[in-house]
Design a protein around this ligand. Sequence first.
Ligand code: FAD
Length: 499
Amino acid sequence: MTQALSIVIVGGGTAGWMTAAGLVGCLPQGMHRVRVVESEEIGTVGVGEATLPQLRDFNDMIGILEADFMRKTQATFKLGIEFVDWGFAGSSYIHPFGVHGRPIGGIDFHQHWIRAALNGDRTDIEEFSFAIQAARGGRFDLPSVDPTMVSSTYTYAYHLDATLYGRYLRSFCEQRGVTRTEGRIVDVVRNAETGDVARLDLESGQSVEGDLFVDCSGFRGLLIEGALSEPYQDWSQWLPCDRAIAVPSTSTEPPRPYTRAMAREAGWQWRIPLQHRTGNGYVYSSRYTDDERALEVLLGNLAGEAIREPNMLRFRTGRRQRAWVNNCVSIGLSSGFLEPLESTSIHLVQMAIVNLLKLLPRSAGDHRPAFEFNRLMAREYDRVRDFLVLHYHLNQREDAPLWRDMRALQIPDSLAEKIEAFVHRGEVEAYQDGLFTPASWLSVLLGQGLVPSAYSRVTDNIPPSRSAVEMRQQREEIEAQVARMGAHADFVDDYCRAA
Ligand code: FAD
């Protein structure tokens, strides 16, 4: 029998309100009591604007209507991420939300492309990606649902205003019975026998009890670290960036349907186009620069005028050893952080919520699901870490120590094995499971300039002449269909107006 639980969420940032929305949106109405405790005085981290396509599944899962959500969060569409100057100064590639080409004769497209490249064909693989061609052209339309159409070979995510998304979810939750308690938590009291979190004491004198506590308190990790002292795995030896400065600016052009990540001397700068403004930030390593210089670099590279004071942030890259300990599940920044190079944080929040829903205890005090939850979350964090390290490690920049050091880095074995398989066989099948698909890995491996020395032998079952014809046809089909799409900015305007 399933017992009704009293679930207390600590924190009302993106993680807190997404967790509350996931719980009330997906569990039988009124069965469990869901409460959010947050402190307006402490506030939220205030960043987190670029997302991954899976957020669409989350919104669908809880019943949010896309056009309404886009209008209220000033969102734009996102077809991928452009990496500027990452391979070397002057280089650019896009990691698209979609594939590069379709299989030919049952063999992955990229194997044909590698064979052609090794035979001297210089056609850029980006020309076979529908998402990239649409992105670079500043165009957008919803993907086709007909799998025979080349316009079905991509998907999309959003750029959104994180503060507005939080407000949107809060209103969604409050309409569905979530209670919100305002106030600063000053003490976390544990049960002396079981070690479980028993109650939160607020500055106001109020106490909040619960069966299950979700720690969404941000970098503080009020419960998971403060009360339960769960260790944190520090990954700064692989990902040395530990600070960021964020500043929104006025827009100077119609919003592009992609995020930009521009390499800088001691890290990289993001540019995220929203409907009403542009989000900017510089993620950097304090080992290679100082705050003053970082601010100068960021402000010197803004496209528009800054519209708020810069927000200076410090972080520690890594993850909590166990995200779920006793009756406390940490979600969001309290459970780990990886720099936003591939917009993964909100996705990791989403993944934790989906896993929590699957593994929700049947009764208070039942901690058995924790083991599986921790296994799933640790695996995903580790995979994302490898994917991020790949971007830095495969660079040919000579201009600054950070880039030279990252090239010489002793990378995790799990990543070294993947690179090896790609170099010698052009193989990306090892990336099958996990958040980032083989297509994503391929775009970064090739985009950073790593062309394999060989392709899969089975490709030779298809004559190169047939590959060449079909590759040309695919490219022409993409070109023709993209040319028929309208401008991204117009699509967003029409879509939101109709909501
Ligand atoms: P927070 O937003 O910090 O919320 C913490 C909550 O806990 C607040 O409500 C606070 O009031 C409450 N709280 C804390 N202590 C107490 C207390 N004592 N009493 C009561 N309440 C308390 N993610 C992406 O997916 N895409 C991005 O592009 C992206 N960019 C980022 C850029 C940077 C520089 C950083 C640092 C992060 C970025 N992220 C991004 C991550 C994203 O911002 C977070 O994952 C997301 O906002 C979730 O944060 P959170 O809710 O865990 O924490």
